[in-house]
Each structure stands twice: as C-alpha cells, then as structure tokens.
Design a protein around this ligand. Structure first.
Ligand SMILES: Cc1ncc(C[n+]2csc(CCOP(=O)(O)OP(=O)(O)O)c2C)c(N)n1
Length: 340
C-alpha cells in the first residue's frame, strides 16, 4: 500500500541550526513589531512607510522553518507573510526598512512596496497579489530545475485562503503528474482577512488534499519552528530524491490584522488568548533553554543588539532619497537570461 503520510524523522536539530532558527524568529518579530509601531503612529502628512504592513506575527515559524530547510540555490516563491525567509536569504534590516519606504536604495530601487518584493539574487520571487498565482510560478521554477537536472527544489508558501483558488488544485495535480521537485507549504493561519476557515471549506484539514492528488502530506504544529523545519526537510529530501511533491499544512494563527490597517476585531478574544499562549518565539526559547543551549542573559543581549540595529536602520532609511523617475524602466527586462 502506498504511504500517504509524509515521513518526517524526529531527529535532534544541531545546536547551531536551532540557535539560528531562534535568532531569525526574534529578528522577524522585533522588525515587524517596529513596523506595526510605525504604522500605528505615522500620519498621512508625515508617512514613513508607503502603504501598509502585512505582518507574520504569530506565524513566523512557518517561514523560518522552511527557509532553513533549503539552500540558497533552491527557490522560495513566497507569500506575503515571509519576512523571516527574506532575512534568512540575505535581506538586511536596513534594506527591509528601505523597501517599506520604497526609497532609492531599497532592493527594488523604489519599484515595489513591501509585500511583493524580492531581492535579486536571493532566489525568492516577487509575490503575486492574486492569491494562489505564485504557486504556479513555483512549479515553473521546479520544472526548469528538473529539466536542467540540477537537483534544486522549490518550496512555496501560501495561506489557507489562497488554497481555495482553482490554480492551487491545478498546480498540485500537475506537480504530482510530472513529479516536480516542489514542497507545498500551507500556512493555515485560520483567517483569510475576516473569513474563518469553517467558512472557506467544509473539511477540517487541507492536508487531506495531498493523498487525493497522489502525494504524501502531513499536518504540523506551525507554531513549533523545529517541527516545521523537520517536516520541510522531509519534503525537500523527497523532492531532491526525484520522488516529487509533498504537502505540509502548518496549523498556526495570524496574531496581527490582515494588514496594519486592520484591528482584527472579527477574531474572538478567546481565540487570540489561546494562541498567544502558544507563541512560536517563546516556545523556541523554552526549547533552547531546556537543552541549556541558551539563557536569559544571552536572550537579553540578542534582543538589545537587534533593537539597536533596527533603530539605526530606521534612522538611515529615514534619510534615504526617493528613486529617480528617470530610472523607472531600467531593469524591467533581463538581457542576462535569454530564452533557451
Ligand atoms: C484571487 C484573489 N481573491 C481575493 C483577493 C483579496 N485577498 C487579499 S488577501 C486575502 C486573504 C488571503 O488569505 P490567506 O491566503 O489565508 O493568507 P493570509 O492573508 O491569511 O496569510 C484575500 C481574499 C486576492 N488578493 N486575490
């Protein structure tokens, strides 16, 4: 009988990897807390940030765990809540603030805001706002790598709301038929803007779709960064072995509004409280402290250092200039990668 559960090994994560995951969680949380603070305090006459922030607060472990499970040569076509992956793949805190301001020196040189950006060379791909579309792009990357026999994989993240789109069904089916090296990673954060999961689908779990298409799947605690990491490693190993795609459903919770403009009053307080008790950053810290790999003093020092970096970056980004309109068409087409 075919085994439809993605085989996840319960291995001890090396100390340096575990510490790296935790540092990434703290960096992402503190950065996005600052974005939230700025958005809550800026005025239309004195805006620091262009547009809104779409934060990953409460679900950072999904992005961080996935980012650590692949190499920088692999592809990460991301969702709009993957700040952790951007940081892990080389975006600096300063560049992130500059991107939020759309200034001259930001990674897209003012061509995009904070939600759709990707820094060139990081193998992340600018997010497409039409929910679900970036998953088809992930398939394209995976297919290209399969064609070139490079052994590279793509891991792509999307929400449970996006998962209701037709293109997701087509993409999963296609990936299985052609054994594409792709990992579908769903961040089921329970709300698609104000629509709860039970109003999006009549089943409890998205993971059950995996076997329906012919690929293994697994449900993981999306607030446990180490569990997410192990599951992603399993999916990536399978993809690299040429066995095709897998589906990982991370049960988590968006602890911020849909965007910084949204107070999320539609989420019941009991639900917010229950998930606050499962905070992924705190849980990772406890894991490290239990193993005596970390202590409160080190934690304080880490947070102080990251906060100082954030403060410095806000200052520098605040002085950055707007982009030169004359450069608007520069870099729109790639001469570097002609069509084969
Ligand atoms: C095809 C499409 N329909 C509707 C929207 C409007 N929209 C933007 S975000 C969003 C909710 C997305 O929910 P989910 O995929 O669960 O991601 P989350 O924001 O919860 O991380 C919707 C409906 C859109 N961008 N694209």
């Amino acid at each position: 009988m075919t085994e439809w559960t993605l085989a996840v090994r319960d291995f001890e994560i090396p100390k340096e990897t575990a510490l790296g995951l935790y540092r990434l969680l703290v960096q992402t949380r503190l950065f996005e807390d600052e974005i939230y603070y700025i958005c809550s305090n800026q005025t239309p006459h004195n805006p620091f940030i262009v547009g809104k922030g779409y934060l990953s607060t409460g679900q950072e472990a999904v992005s961080a765990g996935a980012a650590f499970a692949i190499t920088n040569d692999d592809w990460f076509p991301q969702s709009h809540r993957d700040m952790a992956a951007h940081f892990h793949r080389g975006v600096t805190v300063l560049e992130a603030f500059q991107q939020y301001r759309c200034t001259k020196n930001c990674p897209t040189h003012g061509r995009d805001g904070n939600m759709h950006f990707a820094k060139a060379g990081t193998n992340m791909l600018g997010f497409t706002s039409h929910m679900g579309q970036n998953v088809a792009v992930a398939l394209g990357m995976a297919w290209a790598e399969q064609y070139r026999k490079t052994n590279r994989v793509a891991i792509t993240t999307f929400g449970e709301g996006a998962a209701q789109q037709g293109i997701i069904h087509e993409s999963m089916n296609y990936a299985v038929v052609f054994k594409l090296p792709v990992v579908f990673l769903i961040n089921n954060n329970r709300w698609a803007i104000s629509v709860p999961v039970k109003e999006q689908m009549a089943t409890e779990d998205l993971a059950q779709r995996g076997p329906a298409y012919g690929m293994p799947s697994v449900i993981v605690d999306g607030n446990d960064v180490f569990a997410v990491y192990r599951a992603c490693v399993a999916g990536v190993e399978r993809a690299r072995a040429g066995d095709g795609p897998s589906l990982i459903e991370c049960k988590t919770m968006r602890m911020a509004g849909h965007g910084t403009h949204d107070p999320a009053t539609y989420v019941p307080d009991t639900e917010k409280k229950a998930w606050a008790a499962r905070d992924p950053v705190e849980r990772a810290k406890i894991y490290l402290i239990e193993r005596q790999w970390w202590n409160d003093n080190e934690d304080k020092a880490l947070r102080t250092a990251i906060k100082a970096e954030i403060d410095r970056a806000v200052e520098i980004a605040g002085d950055d200039e707007p982009p030169d309109p004359a450069t608007a068409a520069t870099g729109a087409y790639s001469a570097e990668y002609p069509v084969e």
